[in-house]
Design a protein around this ligand. Structure first.
Ligand SMILES: [Zn+2]
Length: 168
């Protein structure tokens, strides 16, 4: 199975190819890609590649995507303990979703704590307005980065969806 660095390299190489194709298609007027869509796709893709890799299921040990979080990497240790390596975390639909939900819970806990400990401070992050139309390119970019990881790992799309066949 590829190392963390190889995964990052594969993803960035795929992004470069995809970006070139997108730019060509856009310039030729074949298909129009909005600037904001491209930006949020890129954001989702990079965050998925660097910070939310499926290999966070190894966060109880040392893994690149945990190190990328700096001292916050410790927050992923429970995720690593919760998910066995290459189990549900490496499934195509549920896997990436588990990391998004885990992240959302962490953010909710941290912002809740900050509000509780420092109630007088007006936290700008929580009042950020997010346009839901940008969620789609963000999610597409994120999921694509996850799927490239799974393809490189040799994990098939029906991973965890198959009934275990009885061996004779
Ligand atoms: Zn992996």
């Amino acid at each position: 199975m590829p190392s963390g660095q190889s995964h990052t390299f594969i993803n960035l190489a795929a992004y470069a190819v995809l970006g070139s194709v997108a730019l060509y298609v856009h310039r030729q007027g074949i298909f129009f890609i909005g600037q904001e869509d491209a930006l949020f796709f890129t954001l989702g893709f990079l965050v998925g590649t660097v910070f939310l890799s499926p290999d966070l299921d190894l966060a109880e040990g040392h893994v690149n995507s945990k190190r990328a979080w700096g001292f916050l990497g410790a927050l992923w240790v429970p995720y690593g303990l919760l998910f066995s390596h290459r189990g549900w975390s490496h499934s195509w639909l549920i896997g990436p979703l588990t990391r998004l939900i885990y992240l959302a819970v962490m953010v909710a806990v941290v912002t809740g704590l900050l509000h509780f400990l420092l109630p007088s401070v007006d936290w700008p992050v929580t009042s950020l307005a997010f346009s839901w139309s940008l969620a789609l390119p963000l999610l597409v970019g994120y999921y694509l980065s996850q799927w490239l990881h799974l393809i490189a790992d040799g994990v098939r799309p029906d991973h965890k969806m198959r009934w275990k066949k009885k061996r004779r």
